[in-house]
Design a protein around this ligand. Structure first.
Ligand code: CA2
Length: 164
């Protein structure tokens, strides 16, 4: 389905934003790394970007790896793209890696900070190998960029070969 229009049922294509552990604390601590915006601010920004691109945004935040894995399973066949900031699970969750590998839509990995410029343990992402691409280091702007990239990849996938 393309985002250039609704399908015959009137359904807008769906983009699922997943937020991992501790992201609900954004805005309260470590503003020098993560800024002062709250997760709700970021979701609002992502929602507006999704609407501009003709998509419906759904969001889930969880402290629990299993919830995120289940959300990816449930997305199969109903969601066109997943934008995922898995928090610290980005560096450790092979379960999330495997779930995303079994999702046949677009996957965009997202980080507020630039993990490559931080502690060595943040430099490995287990999400990156199963993502179409990664947006990192742009703070809240990344939520817009990741949603727009996901929407454009979905539309590109539905309208012709990649690379344009
Ligand atoms: O930069 C990102 O978006 C991260 O995914 C944020 C994660 C971190 O573990 C990743 O390496 C990079 C941390 C999530 C939020 O952590 C907070 C902890 C305390 C206060 C505010 C946020």
């Amino acid at each position: 389905m393309s985002a250039s229009g609704n399908d015959r049922t009137g359904r807008r294509p769906v983009l699922l934003l997943l937020s991992g552990p501790n992201l609900g604390l954004l805005g309260e601590r470590q503003p020098e790394i993560y800024g002062t915006a709250t997760l709700a601010d970021h979701v609002d920004r992502a929602d507006k970007a999704a609407t501009r691109s003709g998509f419906e945004l759904k969001h889930l935040q969880s402290e629990h790896e299993a919830d995120l894995v289940a959300a990816v399973h449930n997305a199969r066949g109903t969601v066109e793209a997943i934008v995922v900031n898995a928090g610290a699970l980005s560096h450790s969750s092979w379960a999330l890696h495997d779930a995303l590998a079994a999702f046949d839509g677009i996957v965009v990995e997202l980080h507020l900070s630039n993990p490559d410029a931080r502690e060595p343990w943040r430099r490995q992402s287990v999400v990156a190998p199963v993502a179409d691409g990664t947006v990192a280091g742009f703070g809240g702007l990344g939520y817009e960029l990741a949603v727009e990239a996901a929407a454009r990849l979905v539309n590109g996938r539905n309208s012709g070969p990649p690379g344009a």
